[in-house]
Design a protein around this ligand. Structure first.
Ligand SMILES: [Zn+2]
Length: 341
């Protein structure tokens, strides 16, 4: 009964507040809650470590925590020079999420790091253990809510958002419908924003409908890899309140190729023309330490937004206020905990 009341209250509040920011609102970092305004400049989708070996073989035995910390520290130092104070780490459980590493990196740098709960269904569910795969949406949600209430695996670290992933097909599979449903149930109990690895338009809108069928406002949903969607799709979803995550800015692509820096500048410019700059999140989807490679292999840094994209936007007439909207205001509004009193 208490749960039902709680759900009713959060649905009503979501409707009334539309997930807008209140001054006292907080985000959950690996060191506990902080006022959203303290997030500062934030990268909303990056990775410290990713282990693609598959759910059945991954585990903490696959990497040396100190070696990973040592490898990643210089890349965090680099973005601290660009005044970045918060990094949202998007690696889910069974793909290399390691809350102890994130805590160590936060302690060494003084940066805020944010981690997640949820499972990654994309790539045909190979990153979800077979035993968990049989669970219902409500049972999956119970696990994720427990991580929010009691911390992740005894680390004391609580997730700051729900991270899920679905395949980019035109229709969501039965399993991926279950995962977005579990995310909806978890959101209702925790107030955590839902970030879903999605890509194209069709699965984005299908997930938004599932959330709406649970009374959840689209402003509680981050369309991850929205650059793979159409401009029309991005605009339509943003008009509904969805967060549009343009998150694979990279200096590695040749100028003139799709998704080069100029492509991102143009997409952001088009969103601004549509009056939707306040729905955009920017990041590199970069990193990361690879356990299967010697000393973690090649690491892609997190600074292209500052060295190339922001200068390109400034050249197109973006003001300081516009840049602040993209790098500070939007991340704060996206990652606030929705149902704190
Ligand atoms: Zn990613």
């Amino acid at each position: 009964m208490r749960n039902i009341l709680h759900i009713i209250v959060s649905v009503v509040l979501t409707g009334v507040l539309g997930c807008s920011q209140k001054p006292e609102q907080v985000i959950m970092t690996v060191n506990g809650p902080i006022p959203a305004l303290e997030m500062g400049i934030t990268l909303t989708h990056e990775h410290v470590l990713v282990d693609f070996i598959g759910a059945d073989s991954t585990g903490y035995h696959r990497w040396d925590k100190q070696e990973v910390v040592k490898k990643v520290l210089p890349y965090l130092a680099e973005i601290q020079e660009h005044q970045v104070s918060t990094l949202v780490e998007c690696t889910p459980a069974y793909l290399g999420r390691d809350p102890w590493i994130l805590k160590a990196l936060s302690r060494e740098t003084g940066m805020h790091l944010v981690t997640n709960t949820g499972y990654y269904g994309a790539h045909n569910n190979r990153f979800i253990p077979a035993t968990l795969f049989e669970l219902t949406a409500a049972e999956l949600s119970d696990i994720w809510v427990d991580e929010f209430e009691n911390g992740i695996e005894g680390s004391g670290v609580k997730p700051g958002f729900i991270k899920i992933a679905v395949d980019g097909d035109d229709t969501l599979s039965k399993e991926h419908l279950k995962i977005i449903t579990a995310a909806a149930l978890t959101h209702q109990q925790t107030g955590l924003v839902i970030a879903s690895h999605t890509g194209p338009d069709a699965p984005a809108f299908e997930q938004i409908s599932v959330l709406q069928s649970h009374g959840i406002d689209p402003s509680c949903f981050i369309w991850v890899h929205a650059q793979q969607g159409t401009l029309e799709g991005n605009i339509k979803a943003a008009e509904m309140g969805t967060w549009i995550s343009l998150d694979n800015v990279s200096l590695d692509r040749e100028a003139g190729s799709v998704y080069d820096v100029a492509w991102y500048a143009e997409r952001i410019h088009q969103m601004k023309e549509a009056g939707l700059l306040n729905r955009i999140l920017l990041s590199h989807d970069a990193g990361w330490y690879k356990p299967e490679e010697e000393n973690g292999g090649t690491f892609r840094g997190f600074s292209g937004i500052f060295t190339a994209l922001i200068p390109a936007l400034t050249n197109q007439g973006f003001s300081r206020e516009d840049i602040n909207q993209l790098l500070e205001v939007n991340p704060h509004n996206a990652f606030i905990l929705r149902n704190q009193n």
